[in-house]
Design a protein around this ligand. Structure first.
Ligand code: ATP
Length: 228
């Protein structure tokens, strides 16, 4: 079953066009990697899905429902959970309060998030603004899970984090995948991203230029679309 389907998506910032034709889909239970060099349109695509930027044309549907033009809070309620680039937790709430403030549905609880990220559990009474960047990212993932999303979307899952924390986050993503969680993930660490992904999409200058299984992404394609 297809959860998310994007076809011919075009998005502008004022007069400046950022997306020219993005096609992407995520099926239930899949981990899909969204890749591309800096500035190619990954964040714009994600923000378009969540209604944070209005799509100019093309279509975005989630669980069979058109979300193009819908208000962001209504889109989120359809079962989309976002871990935005730059995290964004409530700085003056504790870890536990941050998690409880996000709670919707009853499958995910603060305790379950604590089991996924024991490091976060040890800091549950600490204010979010006293956490390290990596712990804040774990909290951002925990907050998104507390909404019990059908699709979890991570924009830059491990960017700028210490290697040991990156490992914890990839381990959590693998665990979520094993439990059947559908995930759309942006990250630049191909060595972790590709083994975790069922399928990949690459954006180049606002177009989808590759879609396929990780094993179809040859070194030549990686050099062409992802090399520096
Ligand atoms: P990165 O990996 O650096 O986050 P990205 O693939 O997520 O890059 P986007 O951030 O979606 O790329 O940017 C796509 C294009 O849209 C770029 O040309 C960028 O300069 C432009 N853009 C992004 N945000 C804005 C904005 N707020 N106003 C104007 N142009 C923007």
């Amino acid at each position: 079953m297809t959860l998310l389907r994007i076809a011919g998506l075009e998005t502008f910032y004022g007069a400046s066009q950022a997306l020219y034709g993005v096609d992407l889909d995520v099926k239930k239970g899949e981990v899909v990697a969204l890749m591309g060099r800096n500035g190619m349109g990954k964040t714009t695509t994600i923000n378009s899905i969540f209604g944070l930027i209005r799509a100019r044309s093309g279509s975005i549907s989630f669980a069979g429902k058109q979300v193009t033009g819908m208000q962001p809070h209504r889109i989120a309620r359809l079962g989309l959970g976002l871990v935005p680039e730059g995290r964004r937790c409530f700085p003056n709430l504790t870890v536990l309060e941050n998690l409880l403030a996000a709670a919707r549905g009853n499958e995910w609880t603060a305790q379950k998030v604590g089991e996924l990220f024991p490091r976060l559990n040890e800091r549950r009474d600490q204010f979010a603004n006293t956490l390290s960047g990596g712990e804040q990212q774990m909290l951002a993932i925990g907050r998104a899970l507390m909404t019990n999303p059908c699709l979890l979307v991570l924009d830059e899952a491990t960017e700028g984090l210490a290697p040991v924390i990156r490992q914890d986050i990839w381990a959590a993503i693998r665990k979520l995948k094993a439990n059947g969680q559908s995930i759309l993930v942006v990250d630049k660490t191909l060595s972790e991203l590709l083994p975790a992904a069922d399928r990949c999409f690459i954006l180049e200058k606002g177009f989808t230029v590759f879609s396929g299984k990780p094993e179809q992404l040859t070194t030549a394609l990686q050099d062409r679309y992802l090399g520096v």
